[in-house]
Write a protein that binds this ligand. Structure first.
Ligand code: KIV
Length: 265
C-alpha cells in the first residue's frame, strides 16, 4: 500500500487525475474514508460546529485539534492527514511553528492547513523552510467570519478575484504545497487551478479544481440547518455510509460532482 504524499498529489494534478478529501474527526469515519479511497483526510476545525455544536469554528483549541487528529492518524495507513491550525494558533510565525509541531508530533498530521492570503506569507515561508507541509486556505475564511460579515461567497468583484489569485501565486512561491479554495466562483477557481503548479482543493469552487472536499457530516445528510448550495447528500442515493464515501470518490473522479447546481457563478 503506497502512502499518499504531497508528491503523489502533485503527480495527480499533472496527470489530470482528480483526488478527494473529506473531513473526519474520529477513528471510525477515518477508517471508512480510507477504505473508500479518500486520498486526503482533513481534521478540520469545523469540528467546532459538527462535534461541539457551536455556531462557528472559533472556540476550537489546540488541545482539541491534537486529540481529534491523533484519533484519525492512529488508524490511517495510506491517506494523507491534514489538520487545521485553529483560530489564533498562528498569531506569530514562531507560534504557528510550535503549534504545527504539536499537530504533527503529538497528533500525527502530515500537513497543516492555515487560513489567510498574503498576510500569512512570512508564516508559510517560515514553516516551509523548516520542513512543514502546508495547505493555504483562501476564499471564504471561516475563522474570519465576523470580519467577513458572514459565510458568503468571495471573489465576485474583479478586485477581490485578482486579490485571491495573487494570494495563491504568492503562497505557492512562499512554499505552500496545496491551496484550498472555499466558496469562490467557478471561473475564478478554474483560473487559479490553471495558474499554480500545486494542487487546488475546492469546496463550493466548481468542478475544475484538482480535488474536492466536503465536511463528512454534510455529505451524509447530517447538516444542522439548511445545507449550503455546494453540499450533496451522498447517503440519500446509497445504502450505507461506506457506500456514500465510495460514491463520493467515484463522482469526484469522473467529474459528476460537483454539478452546476453545487457551484457559484
Ligand atoms: O474545517 C473544515 O472542515 C474546513 C473545510 C470546510 C474545508 O476547513
Amino acid at each position: 500500500m503506497n502512502k499518499i504524499t504531497t508528491t503523489t498529489l502533485k503527480k495527480m494534478k499533472v496527470a489530470g487525475e482528480k483526488f478527494t478529501c473529506l473531513t473526519a474527526y474520529d477513528a471510525s469515519f477515518a477508517i471508512a474514508q480510507e477504505e473508500a479511497g479518500v486520498e486526503v483526510i482533513l481534521v478540520g476545525d469545523s469540528l467546532g460546529m459538527v462535534v461541539k455544536g457551536q455556531n462557528s469554528t472559533l472556540s476550537v483549541s489546540m488541545d482539541e485539534m491534537v486529540y481529534h487528529t491523533s484519533n484519525v492518524s492512529r488508524v490511517c495507513q495510506k491517506s494523507l492527514i491534514m489538520s487545521d491550525l485553529p483560530f489564533a494558533a498562528d498569531i506569530t510565525k514562531e507560534q504557528a511553528y510550535s503549534n504545527s509541531a504539536r499537530l504533527i508530533g503529538e497528533g500525527g498530521a502530515h500537513m497543516v492547513k492555515i487560513e489567510g492570503g498574503v498576510t500569512m506569507l512570512e508564516t508559510i515561508e517560515f514553516l516551509a523552510q523548516r520542513g512543514v507541509a502546508v495547505c493555504s486556505h483562501l476564499g471564504l475564511l471561516p475563522q474570519s467570519v465576523y470580519k467577513m460579515g458572514g459565510y458568503r461567497i468571495q471573489g465576485r468583484t474583479s478586485q477581490e478575484a485578482e486579490q485571491i489569485l495573487n494570494d495563491a501565486l504568492e503562497l505557492e512561491k512562499a512554499g505552500a504545497d496545496i491551496i484550498l479554495l472555499e466558496c469562490v466562483p467557478t471561473e475564478l477557481a478554474s483560473r487559479i487551478t490553471n495558474s499554480v503548479n500545486i494542487p487546488v482543493i475546492g469546496i463550493g469552487a466548481g468542478a475544475d479544481c484538482d480535488a474536492q472536499v466536503l465536511v463528512c457530516y454534510d455529505m451524509l445528510g447530517l447538516t444542522n440547518g439548511t445545507p449550503a448550495r455546494f453540499v450533496k447528500n451522498f447517503l440519500a442515493e446509497t445504502h450505507s455510509i461506506q457506500d456514500a464515501f465510495k460514491t463520493y470518490v467515484e463522482q469526484v473522479k469522473n467529474s459528476q460532482f460537483p454539478a452546476d447546481e453545487h457551484t457559484f457563478n
